[in-house]
Structures are given as C-alpha cells and as structure tokens.
Write a protein that binds this ligand. Structure first.
Ligand code: SME
Length: 165
C-alpha cells in the first residue's frame, strides 16, 4: 500500500516538493505511461487542494492522422475525449508549448467546459525532445485558484514526468 498524505497547511513550495518526491518514487522504475499518469493524477488530487478535476491529455492523432489531444488518466467527472490542438485552454497550452494559468475560465476565448463547476484552470505542457507529448490539466471550482507558485510546481512535475509518460 502506498500512503502518500499531504498536510493542508503546507506552503506551496513544500507542497510541490513533496508531490514531486512522491511522483518520482511512484514512476522512476515503471515504464508504463498509463500507469504513471494514473498514479500522478491520484497524487495531484491528494496534494493540491480545491480541485474538481486533475489529469492528463496526451497528444495523439485524429482520424486524418493530424495531432490532437486525447483524454488520459484523471480524477474528476467524465470529460471531453478529444480536443483539437489550439482549441480551449488545453489546446492552446499544447499548441504554444506554454503554461496557461487562467484566473476565470469564462473569460478565456474557446474555453471547453467539461464540468460546469470549473472556474479557474492551470494547464502545463509536458515536453519531450522539444515536442509537447501531453498536458497536465487542473481545474478548480474557485476563481483565481492557481498562483505562480502552483504553475512552477506543476512545471517541475511535468519536467520530471517527461520521459515517463
Ligand atoms: N477546460 C479544458 C478542457 C478539459 S477539462 O477542463 C477537463 C479546456 O478548455 O481545454
């Protein structure tokens, strides 16, 4: 049994240090990408407060063979399965290979509402050999939930996972 627990009073820097440590322990010796993403989605849910969705979209292909985001392991309500590159918060993060920290999703052009409860969102690309291979997506029912420290913490996690998912 794994028993990773997070103290709700941790400051964000220590919270993400512990999250990355737990993610490293769970993934360093496992080559199955789905297993690793599933465990990290569970860790995100455990460690990051005030979320209603936490998980991954992977860069796959559509029926014409063009790149497209495809739903990966997550915790939360069932979500849209495929997202075109460049569309919505996830699609923009994948297209531009940049973190998207959105204070109010209703003000983001093209935002895709998978859960009506979502008010703010943080999406971080996972980059391998210079190409985006997935994004980490966090949704919160609170407006302006995600700080710059949250973005930096998830970017460190994305870097750690780069060769493991
Ligand atoms: N809101 C995202 C879609 C994914 S869900 O939040 C799980 C977006 O606009 O890309």
């Amino acid at each position: 049994m794994f028993d990773f627990k997070s103290d709700p009073n941790l400051d964000p820097t220590e919270r993400y240090r512990q999250l990355c440590e737990a993610a490293d322990a769970l993934t360093h010796d496992e080559s199955d990408a789905v297993a690793n993403m599933a465990n990290v989605a569970a860790l995100l849910w455990e460690f990051v407060p005030d979320l209603n969705w936490a998980g991954f979209y992977r860069v796959g292909t559509n029926a014409k063979g063009a790149p497209e985001l495809v739903l990966g392991p997550f915790v939360g309500r069932p979500a849209c399965i495929r997202i075109p590159i460049g569309v919505g918060v996830c699609g923009v993060a994948a297209k531009d290979a940049t973190t998207q920290r959105v204070e109010d999703v209703h003000a983001f052009p093209g935002h895709i509402a998978c859960d009506a409860a979502s008010q703010s969102e943080l999406v971080v690309p996972v980059i391998r050999d210079g190409a985006v291979v997935a994004v980490v997506d966090l949704d919160s029912p609170k407006t302006s939930r995600f700080s710059e420290e949250d973005a930096e913490g998830i970017e460190a996690l994305a870097q750690l996972l780069s060769a493991r998912i």
